[in-house]
Structure formats: C-alpha cells, structure tokens
Design a binder for this molecule. Sequence first.
Ligand SMILES: *Cc1c(COP(=O)(O)O)cnc(C)c1O
Length: 356
Amino acid sequence: MKKHNFFAGPAILPEEVKKQASEAALDYQGIGLSLMEISHRGKEFVAILEKTEQTVRELLGLSDDYAVLFLTGGASTQFFMTAMNLASDNDTIGFVDTGSWSKKAIKEARNFCQVDVLASSADSNYNYIPKNYSVPDKLKYLHLTSNNTIFGTQTKIWPDSSCPIVCDMSSDIFSRPLPVEKFGLIYAGAQKNVGPAGVTLVIVKKDLVNKSGRNLPTMLNYQTHIDKDSSFNTPPVFPIYVSMLTMQWVLKNGGLQAMKSRNDAKAEVLYNEIDRNGLFKGTTAPEDRSPMNATFVLENPELEEAFLEICTEAGIVGLKGHRSVGGFRASMYNAIELESVQLLVDVMKSFEQKNG
Ligand SMILES: *Cc1c(COP(=O)(O)O)cnc(C)c1O
C-alpha cells in the first residue's frame, strides 16, 4: 500500500531520488563499489561535492561572496557555532523568539555573547510570528528562525535590518525564493527539505567569518571548512550525495519559484479544509501559517485516536503533532505530492461525515 509521508523530519524524499540513491548504495555509476565505501578524496566524491555546491549556488543565485559548507552536528551545532564565529563576548546578537528552536539558539548564544530578545510569541504558545519590532543598529547580527517546524508558523516578511540576518532555515530552505543578499548566514539540517539526516548546509558570507577574536577549536571554525572545501575531515559522503540528488530534483522541477507554487497549492487545499471542517481547527494565526508544517487540533480531543486510525488505514503516516502543541501536524515539504494532501483532506471529510 502506498504510504503518504507527512513526517516532520527526517522526512519525505522524492521517489526518483530514493531510487538513484539505492543504486549508488550498491554500485556507484558502474565502478563496482558502493558510494559508501570509497574515499572522500577520490575523483567520484570530489565531483559530487562540487556539483552539490554548484546546485546550491544555482538554486539560490548565490554570489562568490558566500561560501557553501556541508558540515555535521545538525542545526543544533549551528546554534552555538554561529555565535562563536560571528560575534565576540561584548557583541550583542538580536533574536526573535518564535518557538522551541529559537529558544535553543538563544540559550546557546548566551554562552558566547550578549543577547537581546527583540520580540517573542512565547506568551501565546508561539502561535504567531511577532511583527513591528525594531532592530537596533548596534546588533552584530539578527537571528531568525524562518519556519517553526513544531508550531507551524513561517516568517513571510523579512524585517528591515541594517545588520546581517542569520537564519535557521532547517524546515523551509528551498521551498520558496529568497532575498539572499539580506542574509549573512543561513543554516539548515538537511533532514527536512534538503535530503537525509547527517549533513548540515551552511551558507555564509565570507567577510563575516574570523571576526570574533576567539581561539576556536579547528573543527568549529567556519574558516577551516571554507579553506578545505568542507573536506578538512571526512564529510558525510552519502547524505551529501542524496542531498545533491534532491536539490537537482528541485532544479529539474522548476527551481524555487515552482516549489513555492506547488507548496502554496498544497497548503491551500489543507488549510481550506481545516477552516471548513467543523471538527477541526488550526492552531496558528492565519497570516503566519506555514505551508511546510500545518498544525491543527480536533475540537473534541477525544476523537484524536479515531482520526489517527482512519489516517493510518488510508496509508497516511507522520501526522501526530509535537507533544508541545498536541493534535496534528501535517508536514508538506517539497517532495510530498498534492495527491497525498488531497487524500488527507478526503479522510478529514469522511471523518466529518461519521462524527459531525
Ligand atoms: C529540526 C530542526 C532543528 C534541529 O535540527 P538538528 O539537525 O536535529 O540539530 C533546528 N531548527 C529547526 C527549525 C528545525 O526544524
């Protein structure tokens, strides 16, 4: 039975990417060896790494002012690596606190710099994106979380800021076009919209690096990875390859503008049903709804198990909400088809007929 994958992360990959990846796992392009058993310094992987970087550059229209890095340690390592590398003890970093991931980034940054939380939606369980805050001139940088995977909100209007923006885009990078020049650094764990778990994409403006005045551990210094093209140590070879395939798939399917149209269409179908169907209600402010992660609850929580059950019967998986919000979360990353979202809507309609 076909599964419809709504998991939040690790998450759905395109069918053709999984097929290509499984072939490379057995025999990479007919060399008689798996991609997992050859040197990261051999010509095969060096070519993959170059192509992966080129694909990131092409998708985002990046200039040579930016370095593209493939690191390990997840987005969670970037919570402190950004602060360690880009700011000194006395510098102040501004944060907009939009959810659990922002909160974690704030906690880590406090170990290295001064922190100014400019705005927060914690007072209403992060169900909206704060707006109308002003960004002080004195900031070293402003840190944002573009898409709040757990709470289901997305930043749609980028704030005006005279300082660079550092942004955690783990759950919506490559889902829409970006005004890339606004950003000094973008980071994303791959396992939501880029590829499998194990690699973290970092895009950094080269002139921001090496200004902290700190002695950094070699592995935690962006400059190391810039100088050594992400191969100072052994990079996560297979996750990088699968990420490359996934990004190539995005390009082939029209790039970021086309992804945005696809994603908006899927989100509209689901949110319309959440609003129409009397049994369900959305948990976030409509203007801040994320097209990537739709969070919703049942008006009668006692029906939760019954709803999950008919979803499972239809092949729908990954719908259970994060424990801090409860209810349901439908993650609709680039690779999920409109057909799967339509099926979920059909299941919601038949659930209404039985229980309405
Ligand atoms: C999943 C997620 C993270 C954590 O990523 P790891 O790679 O597991 O460290 C951080 N930020 C956001 C927005 C996420 O969705």
